[in-house]
Design a protein around this ligand. Structure first.
Ligand code: HEM
Length: 455
């Protein structure tokens, strides 16, 4: 009898990039479905691509030009208007969206909050979430589970416990629902929105999500005021640290509204991105059982029966490399965008004020000149991090606007991944490969379904 099972793919799931770079921009439908479909295949071979739809745009894949945009000439390339339009209703003029002085003082105030020492002190929250995730996944042994769903739960527990730790009437579930609703209804931004649609075009989702957003802000404000009255916790969480923080230059402290917008920013920016990293990492481990076996051996020898802690992270180098390689292959922020403010030249191309500059991180990370066999999963690429061109690998961006939570996310990902790999074996389910789709982040459509067995 014929074997009707699907043939297993030879490389992990990837986005079928388009081969018709110009024509594709006419296809509204493709853009609505999957932004990455609009990144042409040739973006993984060229340093820069330029064109014009409603506006002039450039897609930049050249590390030197990326260094110029993100670091050397950062003032000339602020975040694009569309990025702000999407995020502002949710998170105000917070760290993520602010520019100039308004950004600078908030960054100076928030930077110490994410110091190595403070992030390490928050690790017990991550260890506890890893334990709870293990307990839930244990119930699926012998069956399939949606690991994306599990990881969203785990990372949301972490971020809500380190921002508004329980106990002050902060309802974790309702905030989670409001954010999910906002992201799914409002943020279906496509590359076409970024390069084309004028800002006044109504986005219907935004209005529906508005009332949930208002409720969420009210809940957060109440929690902040309660904490102000109560004083800091024994182990200060992000709210305590930010409440106590002040701009070292001006002494300015954040108001309740500023604190709330920034804490909500941490929740929005921090939980789904980290959940994606973890679930893509588990998928890749299921894809390559040899890597998974080696990582399991590492995790078991370091951890024994216990869940990972901050002190273990430095002893889990392979787990860390798996996370690094996952962020290369499936960067949650798969493209960034900027609006040029000044006349400039990138890779010999003229850039004019008002041009949209797209940084397609997904294509950069799979660029043929920068990465040998870019579609292959190979954590060994990161064995010597110094050998990697800094501007060829940008999962967290770079320059002054680099992700403030990068260390927090990496610590959390290693703690949860090592704990799970020590305890379970994950396998692929034939015919159920995850499909990467770009919404606001690079998401696996329909989840990441894997078989779960005891290790
Ligand atoms: C794997 C997880 C994460 C990824 C891939 C990620 C990615 C990024 C990227 C690419 C940027 C730069 C955006 C740009 O330049 O346009 C960024 C900025 C930012 N991220 Fe993350 N992030 C992650 C986790 C987190 C966490 C855990 C937090 C907070 C707890 C966080 C908070 C922020 C903030 C506040 C900014 C804006 C910083 C500024 O403009 O000064 N992120 N992130």
């Amino acid at each position: 009898m014929d074997d009707l099972r699907p043939t297993p793919p030879t490389v992990p799931a990837r986005v079928p990039l388009s081969n018709t770079p110009l024509g594709i921009f006419g296809s509204l439908k493709a853009g609505r479905e999957n932004v990455l479909l609009l990144i042409p295949e040739v973006a993984t071979r060229a340093p820069i691509l330029s064109g014009r739809t409603v506006k002039r745009w450039h897609m930049v894949m050249d590390p030197e030009a990326l260094r110029r945009i993100l670091r050397d000439r950062v003032e000339d390339y602020p975040k694009s208007v569309v990025t702000k339009l999407i995020l502002e209703p949710a998170i105000g003029d917070s760290l993520f969206v602010a520019e100039g002085q308004q950004w600078l003082w908030q960054r100076r105030t928030a930077a110490p909050v994410f110091s190595h020492r403070n992030v390490a002190a928050l690790a017990p929250v991550m260890t506890a979430a890893a334990e709870r995730a293990s307990a839930r996944i244990a119930a699926s042994v012998g069956r399939a589970a949606d690991l994306f769903d599990e990881m969203v739960t785990a990372t949301f527990e972490v971020i809500s416990d380190v921002t508004f730790s329980n106990g002050e009437g902060f309802d974790r579930a309702s905030v989670h629902k409001a954010i999910e609703q906002y992201i799914s209804q409002t943020a279906k931004v496509s590359l076409l929105d970024i390069i084309g649609a004028p800002p006044w075009v109504p986005r219907p989702g935004r209005m529906i999500a508005g009332s949930a957003m208002k409720d969420m802000k009210r809940v957060a404000d109440t929690a902040i005021d309660a904490r102000r009255a109560e004083g800091a916790k024994q182990v200060p969480d992000l709210l305590d640290l930010l409440l106590a923080g002040e701009d070292p230059k001006s002494g300015r402290q954040m108001t309740t509204a500023e604190l709330r917008d920034n804490l909500l920013t941490f929740i929005v920016a921090g939980h789904e991105t980290t959940a994606l990293t973890l679930s893509w990492a588990l998928y890749l481990c299921a894809f390559d059982q040899d890597v998974q076996a080696a990582a399991r051996e590492e995790a078991q020898s370091v951890l024994g029966e216990r869940a990972a802690t901050a002190a273990d992270v430095m002893n889990l180098p392979l787990t860390r490399r798996i996370v690094d390689e996952t962020l290369r292959m499936y960067p949650p922020a798969a493209f960034l965008s900027r609006t040029a403010q000044a006349q400039d030249e990138l890779c010999g191309r003229e850039v004019r004020p008002g041009d949209t500059v797209i940084l397609p991180i997904y294509a950069l990370h799979r660029h043929h000149d920068l990465w040998p066999e870019p579609d292959r999963f190979d954590p060994a690429r990161f064995a010597d991090p110094k050998a990697i061109d800094r501007f060829a690998y940008l999962p967290f961006g770079d320059g002054p606007r680099i992700c403030i939570g990068a260390n927090f996310a990496l610590q959390e990902a290693v703690i949860i991944l090592a704990t799970l790999l020590a305890r379970f074996r994950f396998t692929r389910i034939p015919g159920r490969e995850p499909k990467p789709v770009m919404i606001l982040t690079l998401r696996p459509e329909g989840g990441v379904w894997l078989g779960v067995e005891r290790a």
